[in-house]
Design a protein around this ligand. Structure first.
Ligand SMILES: NC(=O)c1ccc[n+]([C@@H]2O[C@H](COP(=O)([O-])OP(=O)(O)OC[C@H]3O[C@@H](n4cnc5c(N)ncnc54)[C@H](OP(=O)(O)O)[C@@H]3O)[C@@H](O)[C@H]2O)c1
Length: 275
C-alpha cells in the first residue's frame, strides 16, 4: 500500500531521513519547511537515491499562522487523504526570543504552529483507512513545566533549555490529549524521543563542540528509526497516546502524563488560534 505522508521539518536532519526511508518504502511524501532552496535540495537528493520517488516540498513557516493556513490549503489540494502526518519541525535557541505573532519562539513554532496545522489537517488524517500522527518530542521534556505566562513572556524562562523543555512537554501533552479525543476513531497519535542526534539543531553551540557532536551522537538515520516504525508498523495499529524511545514504550515525566494539564493546554491552545 502506498501511504500519503506529510513531514514537517522534512528538509533536514531527522525529518529528512524519515522522508528518505518512507520514499524508499514507496510512499508518497510531502516535506514541509521554511528554507525553499534547502527543501528543493532535499527533494533532489531523495530523487537521486530513490528512483521513481514520489516526493515534493511545500513551504511552511510554523512561526506564522497565516503561512500555516496557506500551507495547509496547498497540502490538502495535493493530499486530500493523509495516512501519516509527522510533526517533527523544531528548533533550539540559546537566546530566548519572541516570534512576530507574540509567542516565545520554541513554544510558538513547535507547539502552537503544529496545533494550528493539525486543526486544518486532522480531517484528512481521519479520512485515511488507518491514519497515524507521529510527534517528535524529546527526553528534554523532563525539564519542562507548563507556565502559561511564559508562552508570550520568554523572560520567565531560566534558559533556552527550559523553554525548549516546555515546548517538548507541550508536544507530549498534545499527543496524550489528541489521542484521548481520537479514541475509537481509528486514528492514532504517538510521540517519540529520537535520541541525541547530530543535526543542525545544535548549530548554535560553540564551534569546538561540533566535531564532538558528530562523533558521539546518533546519526540522523538512527534518530529517524522510531518515527518510521511508529508510522508504519502493523503491530501499532491500535496503540495511541504513548511515548517511545528506541521503539520501546516509556512513561515520560509525571507532568507529561497529567491528563488535566493536557486538557488545559489544549483549551489554551484552541483559544489562542486566530479566527
Ligand atoms: N537532534 C537531536 O538531538 C534531537 C533530540 C530530541 C529531539 N529532537 C527534535 O527532532 C526534531 C528535528 O530536529 P533535527 O534534530 O532534525 O534538527 P534540524 O536538522 O535543525 O531540523 C529541524 C527542521 O525543522 C524545520 N523548522 C525549523 N523551524 C521551522 C519553522 N518555523 N517552520 C517550519 N519548519 C521549521 C527546519 O527547516 P527550515 O529551517 O528550512 O524551516 C528543519 O527541517 C525537532 O523537533 C527537535 O526538537 C532532536
Amino acid at each position: 500500500m502506498t501511504r500519503n505522508v506529510l513531514i514537517t521539518g522534512g528538509n533536514s536532519g531527522i525529518g529528512y531521513e524519515m522522508a528518505l526511508a518512507l520514499a524508499q518504502q514507496g510512499d508518497r511524501v510531502i516535506i514541509a519547511a521554511r528554507g525553499e532552496q534547502k527543501s528543493q535540495e532535499a527533494v533532489a537528493r531523495i530523487r537521486a537515491a530513490v528512483p521513481n520517488a514520489q516526493i515534493e516540498s511545500l513551504p511552511l513557516d510554523l512561526a506564522d499562522f497565516a503561512s500555516v493556513d496557506r500551507f495547509a490549503a496547498a497540502a490538502l489540494k495535493k493530499m486530500p487523504v493523509i495516512d501519516v502526518l509527522i510533526l517533527n519541525a523544531g528548533l533550539y535557541t540559546l537566546k530566548l526570543g519572541k516570534l512576530a505573532n507574540g509567542y516565545e519562539s520554541m513554544m510558538g513554532v513547535m507547539h502552537f504552529g503544529h496545533f494550528r496545522l493539525v486543526q486544518h489537517l486532522l480531517p484528512a488524517v481521519q479520512a485515511a483507512a488507518q491514519g497515524r500522527i507521529v510527534v517528535t518530542s524529546s527526553m528534554m521534556h523532563q525539564l519542562g513545566r507548563i507556565d502559561e505566562a511564559s508562552f508570550t513572556d520568554p523572560s520567565r524562562h531560566r534558559s533556552g533549555m527550559h523553554a525548549y523543555g516546555q515546548a517538548k512537554l507541550a508536544n507530549l501533552l498534545f499527543t496524550r490529549e489528541l489521542a484521548r479525543r481520537l479514541k475509537n476513531t481509528g486514528v492514532t497519535v504517538n510521540a517519540f524521543h529520537p535520541g541525541a542526534v547530530a543535526t543542525d539543531i545544535y548549530r548554535q553551540l560553540p564551534g569546538f563542540l561540533q566535531p564532538l557532536i558528530r562523533l558521539t551522537m546518533l546519526t540522523p538515520a538512527q534518530g529517524a528509526d522510531t518515527a518510521v516504525w511508529l508510522a508504519t508498523a502493523p503491530e501499532l495499529a491500535k496503540v495511541s497516546g504513548e511515548y517511545f524511545i528506541k521503539r520501546k514504550q516509556k512513561a515520560g515525566s509525571a507532568l507529561s502524563r497529567d491528563a488535566e494539564l493536557a486538557r488545559q493546554l489544549w483549551q489554551i491552545s484552541e483559544a489562542a488560534m486566530p479566527a
